[in-house]
Design a binder for this molecule. Structure first.
Ligand code: GDP
Ligand code: IMO
Ligand code: MG
Length: 427
């Protein structure tokens, strides 16, 4: 069995979308297994730009079945708006080409309201979430009592009963926390979500069974990660993380497909580091170099438009991401963004409590204390966006990529030198 997985090894936005799109040509099914419309994956080809959020990148190819699996949280309005946008640009998407898990959880308006109250109350310690109700929906899932799954939408009486109970509870809670809170109306939400359900119905199925049948039929699966390994709820920089298993660890639980099915785990890294939202960031560049990277790399959030925090490549971060996700090879993205800088730095270890370490600290208070130990490398001045062979990269660019491979002890199979499909070096 040969399934492929694409996972981010940093704090998200590593350009996973580009690689998933590239790999669709050799796969039959693309599976999104966690996250929700907090993700923003940009795919460019034939002069067109697509910004995908809940849709697996396979949706852009007619031969691919796109699966939104059990570990995802779905905002039906966002889902249908995105689907409509794709249909307008690329034509109809038949239900056979897009499947949604009946076990996935549903985001409701009170999840967004609750998140706004929570985030605003945390002030300087705010997580800096995308405010899409992701964390509050996952919390409901873990708490069970107030959770609603996609499959529940298909039982109107059940949905009505559940909403009556949940909305009454949420109204009480939110009114106590926010003096300006306007109560939700359970009947209005029921009517709104019943209309969404009518449209979603043809796409809903048991995706776990579908994937097991696909494996038995020797279909080629491609797992598309959202966010990045350092945003993983358990293994990331808690609490400055997202609420799902966004490292490779989440593939099994989020899809119901055993980990051993995956024969190729591709770790995606940016040639530098970015992060959106709060939390320590040891190699962050708050100087003009950081702004230069932000400008050249267009480092502004796809979902929220927030400027991404930029910094040097951190091999302690990416090495940890690679180890928890269990990667076989690397794809180094956005190398072109570093062209023109006189010299480049890569963090190869941290100094913590007077000791040198390449272990990633398990507590954010420790992470906030580390001093990056940098290796300085010479830059390159030439434009590399038209390079298509490793051998044609300037020697210093090659050396930079080799250093990443050496520090992560993992071979680099793909180097990306521009956003377009064509701007890719396969080694
Ligand atoms: P994802 O969330 O991991 O899919 O990444 P995003 O799409 O949020 O962010 C990556 C951004 O970099 C997108 O705007 C891509 O179009 C762009 N991109 C991808 N690869 C390259 C590259 O090699 N060079 C440059 N300059 N941009 C790239
Ligand atoms: P893709 O798939 C970068 C970040 C948010 C915030 C934290 C929690 O495009 O790489 P959430 O709304 O998930 O509760 O926010 O996680 N975050 C991302 N950062 N890329 C993403 O997705 C992200 N999805 C969430 O900025 O810091
Ligand atoms: Mg993104």
């Amino acid at each position: 069995m040969s399934a492929t997985a694409v996972v981010g090894l940093q704090w998200g936005d590593e350009a996973k979308g580009k690689i998933v799109d590239l790999l669709t040509s050799e796969h039959d099914i693309v599976v999104r297994y966690q996250g929700g419309n907090n993700a923003g994956h940009t795919v460019k080809f034939d002069g067109e730009t697509y910004k995908l959020s809940l849709m697996p990148a396979g949706i852009l190819r007619d031969h691919i079945v796109s699966v939104v699996a059990t570990g995802v949280v779905i905002n039906p309005k966002a889902f249908l708006t995105e689907l409509d946008g794709i249909v307008t640009r690329r034509g109809p998407v038949s239900p056979e080409r897009l499947r949604i898990s009946d076990r996935a959880h549903v985001i409701f308006p009170y999840h967004l309201a609750e998140e706004a109250v929570l985030e605003n109350s945390r002030k300087t310690e705010a997580i800096g979430t995308t405010m899409r109700g992701i964390g509050t929906c996952y919390r409901e899932k873990a708490g069970r009592a107030h959770a609603i799954r996609v499959g529940d939408l298909l039982y109107p009486d059940l949905l009505k009963r559940r909403l009556d109970e949940i909305v009454a509870y949420k109204n009480q809670m939110l009114a106590a926390l926010d003096p300006n809170f306007q109560p939700f109306n359970a009947d209005a939400i029921f009517a709104e979500y019943s209309a969404y359900t009518e449209r979603l119905k043809p796409y809903i199925c048991d995706t776990t069974a579908l994937l097991h049948h696909a494996i038995a039929a020797k279909k080629r699966l491609l797992f598309e990660g959202a966010q990045g390994s350092l945003l993983d709820l358990d293994h990331g920089t808690f609490p400055y993380v997202t609420s799902s298993s966004s490292s490779g660890c989440g593939i099994h639980s989020g899809s119901g497909v055993p980990e051993r099915t995956i024969s190729r785990m591709i770790g995606i890294v940016k040639a530098y580091t970015t992060r959106v939202g709060g939390g320590p960031f040891p190699t962050e560049l708050t100087c003009e170099i950081g702004q230069h990277i932000r400008d050249v790399g267009h480092e502004y959030g796809t979902v929220t438009g927030r400027p991404r925090r930029c910094g040097w490549f951190d091999a302690v971060v990416a090495g940890y991401g690679a180890r928890i996700s269990g990667v076989d090879c690397l794809s180094v993205m956005l190398l072109d963004v570093l062209s023109g800088l006189d010299e480049l730095k890569i963090c190869e270890a941290y100094e913590l409590d007077g000791e040198r370490t390449t272990d990633f600290p398990s507590h954010v208070e420790k992470l906030a204390q580390v001093k990056p130990i940098f290796r300085t490398l010479p830059g390159w001045k030439t434009d590399i966006t038209k390079v298509r062979k490793l051998a044609d990269l300037p020697p210093n660019a090659r050396r930079y990529v080799d250093t990443i491979a050496e520090l992560l002890q993992t071979r680099v199979e793909i180097v990306s030198v521009g956003p377009d499909r064509e701007q890719t070096i396969l080694s």
